[in-house]
Design a protein around this ligand. Structure first.
Ligand code: F3S
Length: 395
C-alpha cells in the first residue's frame, strides 16, 4: 500500500507510540484487503462501548489509550453504551456495572469522542454526505450510511474505527470502491409489506439467504420511510452480513445499477409467515422494548399517540439517542409515555444492556435485528410483531 511521507513518518514512530500503533493497525488491514492507499474520512463511529461487550480488558485498553494521550482528529460518535448514562440508577441498572460503564465513557471523552451513544448517529448530529468516505462500526448504521445516504464505509471493528478516528484516515478497499458497490442478487418482493415489523422480517429473511452479498430490492413499497429502511438494513446486517443494499426508487445508487442476468430471489407471503414463526420464540412478553435501531422522533411520537391516556400492564422501554430523548421531553412525548407506565431509555438498547440480570426473560420487539440477538446475547425468548400489535398486547 502506498503511504505518503507523513504516513511513513507516523509508522516509523516519529509522532509517538499511539499514532504508530494506530497506523500499524490500519496498514496491516490495508495490506490484508489489498488497499492501494489511505483515504481521509469525514467521520467515525466507534463500537465496543458497552461494558457488557468489552468487559474489563476493553475498559483497560481504552483507559490505557486515553492515558497515553490518544486524541481523535475527526468527528467521532459512539455506539450504544450498556445503560442510560443519566437515569441508570432509577431504571435499575446494577451499580457495579454502572461504575465500569462510566469509566469507559470517561476514557472516550478524554480522547475527544462525542459521548453520544447511539446506533443512529445520522439522526443525532453525525450525518455524512453522499459519497463521503467514513469509518463506521455499528452494522445497522453502516448499512444505513452506505445504502440510504450513499456514503462509503466498510464495517469497522472497534479498534480499527478508533485508529481511523485518531488518524482521520482509513485504507481504501471494499465498499470505498465503486466496483464493490454493485448488487449481486435481485430480490423481487412479491408479498405485501404492511407494518414496521414487516421490514425487519423481510430484512432478516434476505440477510439469512444472501449473507454478505449486496441485494437489489424490487417491489418495495414507495411509502417506505427512513425508519423502515433502517429496520430493513439492521435486520439484514444481523441475520447476514449485508453492509449495503439498493432498493428501486428508494435508495440513491439504485438507478445506476444493471440488474439484468442477475441471480434472483422472490419473497412471497409464505416466506414472511415462516420468518414470523421462526422469530417468535415466546408468548406474553415480560417487557416490550422498541427502538432497534434507536428510535427516531417520529417513532417515539407514534408510540406516545398509542399509549396516551392508557395504562400499560407490562414495562415498556423505547430506546433512543439522548438527542431524540431531549426532543421527546420537550414535545411532551416522554411525559405521555411515562404516565402510561413506560420509559424512554437513552444511550443504550435491549441487546447491549444487561436485561437478563434485571428480571426479564421474554421480550417483545418489532426489530428483526433485536429478534436475532436477544436469544443469544440476553437469554430472552422473543415476541416479534409490529409496534402497534405489541402495544395493544400490553395495554
Ligand atoms: Fe442499535 Fe442495539 Fe439494535 S445497537 S441496532 S438498538 S441491537
Amino acid at each position: 500500500m502506498y503511504l505518503s511521507r507523513e504516513e511513513e513518518t507516523i509508522l516509523e514512530g516519529e509522532k509517538g507510540p499511539v499514532l504508530e500503533k494506530m497506523m500499524r493497525l490500519l496498514t496491516r488491514l490495508g495490506d490484508i484487503y489489498g488497499a492501494d492507499k489511505m483515504i481521509p474520512v469525514g467521520s467515525v463511529q466507534v463500537s465496543g462501548v458497552s461494558y457488557k461487550s468489552v468487559g474489563d480488558p476493553g475498559m483497560a485498553f481504552l483507559e490505557d489509550m486515553a492515558s497515553q494521550g490518544a486524541k481523535v482528529s475527526v468527528l467521532t460518535f459512539l455506539n450504544p453504551a450498556g445503560m442510560d448514562l443519566e437515569d441508570w440508577d432509577e431504571i435499575g441498572f446494577p451499580k457495579d456495572f454502572a461504575e465500569k460503564q462510566l469509566r469507559i465513557m470517561k476514557a472516550f471523552k478524554e480522547m475527544g469522542i462525542v459521548v453520544t451513544s447511539t446506533c443512529t448517529p445520522y439522526l443525532a448530529g453525525n450525518l455524512p454526505r453522499f459519497r463521503e468516505h467514513i469509518a463506521w462500526s455499528e452494522s445497522s448504521a453502516v448499512s444505513f450510511a452506505n445504502s440510504v445516504i450513499s456514503a462509503r464505509t466498510n464495517r469497522e471493528g472497534g479498534p480499527s474505527a478508533l485508529a481511523a478516528a485518531v488518524l482521520g484516515k482509513t485504507p481504501n478497499y471494499g465498499l470505498h470502491l465503486d466496483e464493490n458497490r454493485r448488487p449481486d442478487v435481485l430480490v423481487d418482493v412479491q408479498c405485501e409489506i404492511r407494518s414496521d415489523a414487516d421490514f425487519g422480517a423481510l430484512g432478516w429473511h434476505i440477510g439469512k439467504l444472501v449473507k454478505s452479498k449486496i441485494p437489489y430490492y424490487r417491489g418495495m413499497p414507495t411509502w417506505a420511510t427512513t425508519d423502515d429502511l433502517k429496520a430493513l438494513g439492521a435486520a439484514m446486517a444481523a441475520s447476514g452480513a449485508v453492509a449495503l443494499y439498493h432498493a428501486e426508487d428508494l435508495t440513491p445508487e439504485a438507478h445506476l445499477q444493471d440488474v439484468s442476468d442477475m441471480e434472483k430471489i422472490t419473497v412471497d407471503e409464505d416466506d414472511m409467515r415462516e420468518t414470523y414463526e421462526t422469530l417468535n420464540t415466546g408468548e406474553d412478553p415480560d417487557i416490550v422494548i422498541l427502538g432497534c435501531p434507536h428510535a427516531s422522533l417520529r417513532e417515539i411520537r407514534k408510540a406516545a399517540d398509542q399509549v396516551e391516556g392508557k395504562t400499560l400492564k407490562k414495562p415498556l422501554w423505547i430506546c433512543t439517542s439522548r438527542v431524540m430523548k431531549e426532543a421527546a421531553d420537550r414535545m411532551g412525548y416522554t411525559d405521555i409515555i411515562e404516565e402510561a407506565g413506560g420509559r424512554i431509555v437513552a444511550d443504550t438498547c435491549m441487546v447491549v444492556s444487561p436485561i437478563e440480570t434485571m428480571g426479564y426473560g421474554i421480550t417483545g420487539c418489532s426489530s428483526g435485528k433485536a429478534a436475532q440477538y436477544l436469544p443469544g446475547f440476553c437469554k430472552q425468548k422473543v415476541v416479534f410483531n409490529s409496534v402497534e400489535s405489541l402495544l395493544k398486547e400490553v395495554l
